[in-house]
Unconditional design. Structure first.
Ligand SMILES: [Zn+2]
Ligand SMILES: [Zn+2]
Length: 192
């Protein structure tokens, strides 16, 4: 994917995303994905995966989507080489963005206040927690491990309560199922 104006990211930061109580990397990557799909121009992408083709088809306005698909059909960029076995230009751009955000997160961890806040209140999905643990120095990796452990224990307790209630006919608190899915495999719609 060429670096056109349409793919420049907005001013969201790890810091802002973290305050929302969900995995900040997931939130930022998903926001980036929505943004590039919405602002996609003809020639921005020549090859897309199943998930992204349908996401583009469902985006608006229809005239821009038609122009994007026309450009793909006519193969304006079909001569571009294969990039690291990822056959979708959007997946590729999103992966690059994810790496940049993980790097930003690792950098923020160097600030004691950030690390302390994360340790007490932070949320990370299991996938991004694992990536960060491999990337960070030992001291910071331990904090991340503690955060995902805390998140997991909290989810286990909430799910046990939810399952018991659901068995006796209660349906309240179903949002916990979405939170569990998010923790297990990252936010909905993030392809791997
Ligand atoms: Zn995540
Ligand atoms: Zn894709």
């Amino acid at each position: 994917m060429k670096k056109s104006e349409s793919l420049v990211t907005t001013g969201n930061t790890v810091l802002l995303a973290l305050a929302k109580g969900v995995c900040p990397i997931c939130s930022l990557v998903r926001a980036f994905q929505n943004e590039i799909i919405e602002r996609l121009q003809p020639n921005d992408a020549s090859r897309v995966c199943n998930y992204h083709a349908w996401a583009i088809a469902a985006s608006a306005p229809a005239s821009s989507v038609a122009a994007v698909f026309l450009s793909m059909l006519r193969g304006a960029n079909s001569e571009k080489g294969q990039k690291e076995h990822i056959d979708c230009d959007l997946c590729w751009a999103i992966r690059e963005h994810e790496m940049a955000r993980l790097h930003e997160f690792a950098h923020e961890m160097q600030r004691r206040k950030f690390a302390e806040w994360l340790e007490r209140f932070g949320t990370l999905c299991r996938f991004h927690g694992a990536v960060l643990r491999r990337k960070l120095p030992e001291e910071h990796a331990q904090i991340v491990a503690k955060v995902t452990e805390n998140n997991q224990h909290q989810l286990e307790e909430l799910l046990e309560t939810f399952a018991a209630q659901a068995q006796s006919g209660g349906h309240a608190g179903g949002g916990i199922l979405g939170r569990a899915a998010e923790f297990l495999v990252a936010q909905r719609g993030l392809t791997r």
